[in-house]
Design a protein around this ligand. Structure first.
Ligand code: USQ
Length: 393
């Protein structure tokens, strides 16, 4: 089934390719089919591939296939390309979208878990020893459930009877989207054990920012920038709201602490992961792909101080702890060369400048939250009126 509305993205690398934006083989299907109001990227992938050729001189191959549903084509692609590594971005990526309706919940599970399972099977069936690099999420751990610092993937436990073990960190998802990443992690654990599949799982925090050193080279390479309630993540939403003169949409008390990472570091982490694959037979490698942790209301204050907009405390559309602490280990990436970019006002300025350039595309009726975790939350948010949001910039 070729669904008309989800981004499915899988990148295939051969040795000596520069990863992510510079990869020479790139398979993606159904890009931007969500019909959500993305601020910048109205450029097709074919055009972006051509733009990359013009700025870098490198050819990037584009194949349009649905990883969750076109299994035979996927196996054939892997056999043809004989990749050293495959970067798996082929998942529905938004927690609020996944909680919108039973249809989006079912789609998120079918697409994400089915796609990951297909990829594992396809690598094994094709008999190509490709290293699978998967984009996971910090949300697999839950927030503040480790009794201290969240370790990198595995946690020391004492089992009944006093036996000590180091196990996959218990899963504690907060949305259907996050649950699919927990299920992915179990599939990877199984295929590693059963078939010696080599897998790295990247538990990423909330991405912010617009450009990487590669995408800044040409306007056509600019990334998606989602600001709406279903797809936009918190800091990019706040930066856009600040630029538009719209009060910041803090949910509940804003007491949730989350992990953040700039988009440039996301690309850098993927490069590091590709260059440091686990050996055959080694358990799934897990990195926490985060730069720092911040509380949502503190992030809102940073943006409000810089832009002069008000902070609006809204009823929380999500079922989540009102307040949580979060301490996350990221030592593995740092020891492999990551020097994380942290939230800083100069970078806020860069994002604000880009947002200002495209703000005429913003639809203010999409700014308020539009997905509610359960019936009670929907009732509590019933007074939110999407048409009440006015742009003041
Ligand atoms: N929040 C607000 N106001 C907003 C938007 C969000 O207060 O306008 C709050 C939410 O209630 C939540 C926090 O900010 O407590 C983070 O929300 P988010 O939408 O930025 O991030 P989240 O739903 O957790 O998920 C996003 C991406 C997902 C990625 C994840 C990383 O959708 O793809 O995996 O960030 S993490 O959360 O660290 O697991």
């Amino acid at each position: 089934m070729k669904l008309g509305f989800f981004s499915i993205d899988l990148r295939v690398h051969k040795k000596h390719d520069v990863p992510t934006a510079e990869s020479s083989h790139f398979a993606e299907s159904n890009e931007n089919i969500t019909n959500t109001p993305n601020l910048f990227s109205h450029v097709t992938l074919q055009v972006r591939v051509q733009a990359w050729k013009e700025v870098s001189g490198k050819d990037m191959k584009f194949v349009n296939l649905d990883v969750a549903n076109e299994y035979d084509l996927l196996v054939q692609l892997i056999k043809d390309e004989q990749p050293d590594s495959i970067v798996h971005f082929a998942e529905q990526r938004a927690a609020p979208y996944s909680m919108k309706t039973s249809k989006t919940k079912r789609y998120t599970v079918d697409n994400n878990v089915g796609g990951s399972n297909n990829l594992c099977c396809a690598v094994i069936d094709s008999e190509v020893d490709a290293h699978v690099v998967h984009l996971g999420t910090m949300g697999v751990y839950g927030y503040g459930t480790s009794g201290g610092e969240i370790p990198e993937g595995y946690i020391d436990v004492v089992l009944p009877g006093g036996r000590e073990a180091n196990i996959l960190h218990p899963a504690y998802p907060g949305s259907v989207y996050h649950a699919t990443k927990c299920l992915d992690a179990l599939l990877f654990q199984f295929y590693q054990k059963n078939d010696a599949l080599r897998v790295t799982d990247l538990h990423q925090g909330i991405v912010w920012g617009t450009n990487t050193p590669q995408t800044i080279k040409d306007e056509r390479l600019i990334n998606r920038f989602d600001y709406d309630g279903d797809y936009g993540t918190v800091l990019n939403r706040f930066l856009m709201q600040g630029a538009m003169g719209v009060p910041l949409t803090v949910y509940g008390t804003g007491g949730q602490t989350r992990a953040f990472i700039h988009i440039t570091d996301t690309a850098r982490c993927i490069e590091i992961a590709i260059n440091n694959p686990p050996a055959s037979g080694e358990r799934v490698e897990i990195f926490n792909q985060v730069a720092e942790t911040r509380r949502v209301r503190d992030v809102a204050k940073l943006v409000a101080d810089q832009t002069g907009v008000d902070v609006n405390m809204l009823p929380n559309p999500r079922f989540e702890a009102a307040e949580n602490e979060l301490d996350v280990a990221n030592r593995k990436f740092c020891s492999l060369g990551l020097d994380p970019i942290t939230l800083d006002e100069a970078l806020f300025k860069e994002v604000t400048e880009v947002v200002n350039k495209y703000k005429h595309r913003c639809d203010p009726t999409k700014i308020l939250p539009a997905s509610f975790w359960n019936k009670k939350r929907a009732e509590e948010c019933a007074s939110l009126d999407p048409s009440s949001v006015k742009i003041n910039a």
